[in-house]
Design a protein around this ligand. Sequence first.
Ligand SMILES: [Zn+2]
Ligand SMILES: [Zn+2]
Length: 249
Amino acid sequence: MRIEEKELVLPALYIIERDGAVSTSDLIKELTAVFNPSGEDAEILKNRKDTKFSQKVRNLKSHRDSNDMGGYTNINSSGKYTLSDAGKKYLHDNLIQIEYLFSNKFDYEEVSKAASLIRKSNSKKHVVYVYSEDEMISEGKTSIKDTVVRKRSKRLRDAAIEHYKNKDGKIYCDACGFCFEDNYGELGKGFIEIHHEKPVYQYSDDGFESYISEALSKVKPVCSNCHRMIHRSSKRPITIEELKGIIKK
Ligand SMILES: [Zn+2]
Ligand SMILES: [Zn+2]
């Protein structure tokens, strides 16, 4: 899976809003750190310093008359990008989706797929819904201000607990086997965190019920310690299989 130039527009707007006026080389640095391109996009172009990925970021500027960057950004006197009002609005409308993708550091292929979905949803009538992992971590004490996202995420969390719990109603960490109820009794009953192995999103016009089995295949129950370890590296989360290997060692 390779990312297309137009799919970089929204992520680029996010960086410009976050960091203020940015140059193309800033954008290359930041977007490379966020996306961590792999495969063909990570290959260096012949006789150049650019990878295929960084070339696409560069093209955002050289093609700005024909891509959306023209309407969404301005170029200031130092040649740096700033957001136009239209760019601010577009970013704001998609902020939750883009923050979710950025904060979870999914694999390049997954981020590319999701970025493509979000972009296409903007040109159609239906919206892409995302689910937050935060809601599932702290049971209510969440950093997400959007109540709709919180409610939706809680629904997935509840469904995941229902799906993964044992016959006796207990739920175990997928990585280390820890059970809160076994260790904390009544206090720990029904407690678990839910990790998103892949981005969880849904079209607004798909019903939750029809979509739920696919969503459940992307999440896993983990205890709080294992969950922290999974997300410890700032580069990318490790997989549950990797963590199991580490615990075994
Ligand atoms: Zn665990
Ligand atoms: Zn997680």
